[in-house]
Design a protein around this ligand. Structure first.
Ligand code: MG
Length: 262
């Protein structure tokens, strides 16, 4: 009898152990399925595909191999007068730059663009004239609506949200990074276009990052809408649009303009 009892107890113990083991295995496999194990070899965290395209950089800020050149000093073939679509009438200089031809109006690219990386260089007139917003004012507009301000701000105060490298009347730049008046500045702009639904409602705001002479001045700023001189930003649905350079009655010059579509 004692033997039988002992056998039964032993059997029960074995069964119970087996059950516990099965449960433990189930739990372990559940954890394995839902949680990635910390990699223990360097190869486990290497990703080999896809391979990004090779782009050859330009020397001294020249256009990289995959960029579209909008102005390289030779002609204004990629530009038209914004107000009437006639040939651009800005002045082509011997040093490979163009200067605002005051009174002829803004110029814009023939092509429309969505999200882009834009490189552009600009120079304030070395002869200092006027004050505030009237000294070396111009602007780079993305999609004809969103202005990155160009201004000779050196020893020339103005409202902060309208100073050089501001997103006009929306975003004060993180720094004033201008070179001396009459020298060449660079803007490197990364712009992501806004998105609208079929009803014309904005579903995604535009964002903009600007480097002024290599210094971060706009850090992925989310635009509230158009950059208006008077009134609040507007958000009327639109598609791709041209890049516009502003004639603000100052002899501002530009050179070396290229764009990469994003
Ligand atoms: Mg302006």
């Amino acid at each position: 009898m004692k033997k039988i009892t002992a056998l039964v107890i032993l059997s029960l113990l074995i069964l119970s152990c087996q059950k516990t083991e099965t449960k433990a295995v189930t739990e372990t496999s559940t954890i394995t399925e839902t949680t990635e194990q910390e990699p223990t070899k360097p190869e486990e965290t290497e990703v080999w595909e896809p391979k990004p395209p090779t782009v050859t950089p330009g020397k001294n800020n020249a256009a990289p191999s995959d960029a579209m050149v909008l102005f390289n000093g030779e002609n204004l073939d990629e530009w038209i007068t914004a107000k009437d679509s006639t040939a651009a009438k800005w002045l082509l200089n011997k040093d490979g730059s163009i200067t605002v031809n005051r009174g002829t109006g803004d110029i814009q690219t023939k092509q429309n663009f969505g999200s882009v990386q834009l490189h552009i260089e600009w120079k304030s007139p070395s002869e200092i004239k006027n004050e505030g917003q009237h000294r070396g004012n111009s602007g780079v507009f993305l999609q004809k609506r969103y202005e990155v301000q160009v201004l000779d701000n050196n020893d020339n105060e103005t409202y902060s949200n309208g100073q050089v490298a501001s997103i006009y009347k929306q975003s004060i730049p993180l720094a004033k990074a201008s070179v001396p008046t009459g020298e060449w500045n660079t803007y490197d702009i990364i712009f992501h276009a806004p998105e609208f639904d079929a009803e014309g409602n904005k579903t995604k705001s535009a964002t903009i990052t600007v480097l002024h002479n290599g210094i971060l001045v706009q850090d992925n700023y989310e635009l509230k809408g158009t950059t208006e001189y008077i009134g609040w930003p507007k958000n009327v649905a639109h598609g791709d649009g041209p890049i516009v350079l502003q004639d603000h009655d100052s002899d501002v010059s530009y050179r070396n303009i290229w764009v990469r579509k994003l």
